[in-house]
Design a protein around this ligand. Sequence first.
Ligand code: ATP
Ligand code: MG
Length: 341
Amino acid sequence: MSYSILSIEDLKVSFKTSKGTVTANESIYLEIKEGEILGLIGETGCGKTTLGKAILRLLSGKAKLEGKIVYRGTDLLTLTEKEMRLFRGKKIGIMLQNPSACLNPVLSAGRQIAEIYRYHEGMGKKEAEKKAGEMLELVGISSSRGCDYPHQFSGGMMQRVMVAIGLALRPGLLVADEPTKGLDQDTKLQIAELIAGLVRKENASMLLITHDLELAGSFTDRIAVMYAGEIVEIGKTAEIISNPKHPYTLDLLHSLPGKGLRMVSGQPPSLVSPPSGCRYHPRCSFRVEACSVAHPGLMGPEGERFTRCLLSEKGRKKETAAQPFLTAQAAFRCRCEGEGI
Ligand SMILES: Nc1ncnc2c1ncn2[C@@H]1O[C@H](COP(=O)(O)OP(=O)(O)OP(=O)(O)O)[C@@H](O)[C@H]1O
Ligand SMILES: [Mg+2]
């Protein structure tokens, strides 16, 4: 039996803006198991970074967080800021999106890593520098480059420095937000392999946030698919890829190079006033009338799969007027099978 290292229960994150309240995460239930790599995928603006930052309580003061985020028995949302600082970096490591904005341009890479050991572990300067050098070597950078500044590193090298920072204190959980964004294909794979390899070696867990389904398919144990602030499907990676149950997951799969490169049509909705019913219904080619009215819950488990769709098996069984659902579900499955998914 595998225990959860992090359990998110009914999380809602909203921001008050001049255009109204943006609800970036809603009704989020998510579990990350000990030793597991969970992928969080979805289009831009769907709320992935918000969720990653919510876990570390790194959102700006105007964010309102409701629900529970439990790390090994401690609800992080009940901690004071001072208590939370002990969790950040030490128990939960983070690699934020966009390393050039995260790294301090006027401090050398080695110094930025060494500062972590000085702050969290009270090490002296020499000892912290030695540990920083070891960490650089671990991520494939010669310790002699510890004196170099961020602008002296390539994109891939900067990501390696971010990996060193994220894993410096050997956290139980790493939240990695788009760690390969902007990198060429080869470098992307090298960085993903490096992070996943180190996380697995430490028997740590990781939330891998990415809009790259192919990457998530290669390096995760399970995948959670997010759409317009909600999780719409979650399950084992191989099953999500080979047998998607939510039409949005299917459409994302079709956008992969080997599966037709067909972009998901239409635009993601506003998170100030999302569509009624299923949030995906305006873009869904399988929608039936009820989809614009009934807001589906996350239904399951079916094996380990949960799906937020009226057309999913469980939803279908619950429906009394089943015929339109059966027809749409049959069409959905035919399309999956016809296209080799
Ligand atoms: N501090 C904030 N104030 C107001 N709105 C915010 C804030 N942070 C995020 N949002 C809004 O929340 C929504 C989700 O943003 P988020 O950055 O979490 O998306 P994302 O899935 O990470 O996108 P990307 O793939 O582009 O990184 C967006 O509509 C964004 O504008
Ligand atoms: Mg993001």
